[in-house]
Design a protein around this ligand. Structure first.
Ligand code: PMP
Length: 467
């Protein structure tokens, strides 16, 4: 139960909601609709649970935004932040300066990433890390005397962030309508979404994996010779609906990138730090990227921090530039965030959380998740480690999506929230990504609540309450 002081009076909750509606612009929200409904105000979190200002408890099936790997309220991380704030509350890493926190952290990250990826630049968010990666790729091509290779291959349904560069390579069409065309010349290829276009093309997952990968060649052709220098991709597309590529996909992408001399940026913002049962998604798929970006799980979301890790090609170009590289943030390697990241990595290692996801709780979660197949409208269940998705469809055999898309997903998500489970809906796909410390009993609770929400949504649909 939450301590009493985190349960606010109804008047206090109403006051905060009114202030929020008046002054606080929320990410990716219809501001007027949100103001009318009133925001849910969270006041406390511990382990895998959150409490709102009215004392309601939620099992957090999303680990915040895929980030709270070690669970909420870990004293080690709190201590690391407090200690560092006392000792070195801030200093920058410009002007020939460093400090133990950023230095140690860079070395620790280099230990965990695939061989050769060992040169780290820090930032504050996933978007900034991807901007850094895209800029370093440009830097590399310019240094190589091929400055025209500024085009980037990205994918439909990709999510790399919202800064102008990261948004340019993301596949979120509404962004372009609202904020103008991409600022980075980008060619978007098909996502490796077998349950969508794979089925429509009558292909097996393996056939489809090759077809989707070979779209790189179409992109190269479309851009014209000497234009494409870089590809950016999430090993598993997260916000795009948890798209797990068929086995044939990544080896073919890797082969084609090598053949056409294209730098590969792996966006590990979601798939990093143990989420798949490996330190990084690149290791799960045996990918050797030229650059990796990471954020979320680096600090378990306790403080904002991200990193861009460069392999030898790009690192050498930067190191041997013979000039200052004109890039870096005030908060690159911030001592407090670096100290929290170090404490977070220590907890992950000491408690064997990556191995736990790989060998114990991950397989258990996957097995339990699959007990939901056979419920009405459950089309595909997919997942790996502590990532799971339930794709709901109007009819399963043959597969027919809901039309319009998204209402069913939203209805089920709302039932889940009302019953005390936080899941995310992407279209009609429900996403789960719980903290690594989730117990077997909590997985059982999560699955039971998800089942209840899906059945309630199916009832709504049968009763004509979802058109
Ligand atoms: N890359 C991926 C794969 C993401 O999922 C996200 C955010 N969910 C980002 C980048 C952007 O991170 P941020 O919101 O910290 O800028």
């Amino acid at each position: 139960m939450p301590p009493n002081d985190t349960v606010l009076t109804p008047q206090e909750t109403a006051r905060l909601r009114a202030l929020d509606a008046r002054h606080h612009m929320h990410p990716f929200s219809d501001q007027a609709a949100l103001a009318a409904q009133g925001a849910r105000i969270f006041t406390r979190a511990k382990g895998c649970y959150l409490w709102d200002s009215e004392g309601r408890r939620y099992l957090d099936g999303m680990a915040g935004l895929w980030c709270v790997q070690v669970g909420y309220g870990r004293e080690e991380l709190v201590e690391a932040a407090a200690r560092t704030m006392r000792d070195l509350s801030y200093y920058n890493t410009f002007f020939q300066c460093s400090h133990p926190y950023a230095t140690e952290l860079a070395a620790r990250i280099a230990e965990k990433t695939p061989k050769g990826l060992d040169y780290v630049m820090f930032a504050g968010s996933g978007s900034e890390a991807n901007d850094t990666a895209l800029k370093m790729a440009r830097f590399y091509w310019t240094a190589r005397g091929e400055p025209n290779r500024q085009w980037v291959v990205a994918r439909v349904r990709a999510y790399h962030g919202v800064t102008l560069a990261a948004a340019s390579v993301s596949g979120l069409e509404p962004m372009y309508a609202q904020f103008g065309n991409p600022v980075i010349p980008t060619l978007r290829m098909m996502a490796p979404y077998w349950y969508g276009p794979g089925i429509e093309g009558g292909m097996s997952p393996d056939e489809f994996g090759l077809t989707a990968a070979r779209q790189i060649e179409k992109a190269i052709e479309a851009a014209g010779p000497g234009k494409i220098g870089t590809m950016i991709a999430e090993p598993i597309q997260g916000a795009g609906g948890l798209l797990i590529p068929p086995d044939t996909y990544w080896p073919e992408v890797q082969r084609l990138c090598a053949e056409h001399d294209i730098l590969l940026i792996a966006d590990e913002v979601v798939s990093g730090f143990g989420r798949t049962g490996h330190w990084f998604g690149s290791q799960l798929f045996d990918i050797q990227p030229d650059i990796m970006t990471m954020a979320k799980g680096l600090t378990s979301g306790y403080v904002p921090m991200s990193a861009t890790v460069m392999g030898p090609k790009v690192a050498d170009a930067v190191r041997n530039a013979g000039t200052e590289v004109a890039h870096g943030y005030t908060y690159s390697g911030h001592p407090v965030t670096a100290a929290v990241a170090l404490a977070n990595l220590e907890v992950i290692e000491r408690e064997g959380l990556v191995e736990r996801v790989r060998d114990d709780i991950g397989p258990y979660f996957q097995e339990q998740l699959r007990t939901l197949s056979g419920l009405p409208h459950v089309g595909e269940i997919r997942g790996v480690g502590l990532l799971g998705a339930i794709e709901l469809v109007r009819e399963t055999e043959p597969r027919r999506f809901f039309d319009p898309l998204g209402r069913m997903g939203l209805a089920v998500r709302n039932h889940a929230t009302a019953n005390g489970l936080i899941m995310r809906a992407v279209g009609d796909t429900l996403i789960l990504s719980p903290p690594f410390v989730i117990s077997h009993a909590e997985v059982d609770e999560l699955i039971a609540l998800a089942r209840k929400a899906i059945l309630a949504g199916a009832d709504d649909y049968a009763g004509g309450r979802i058109q």
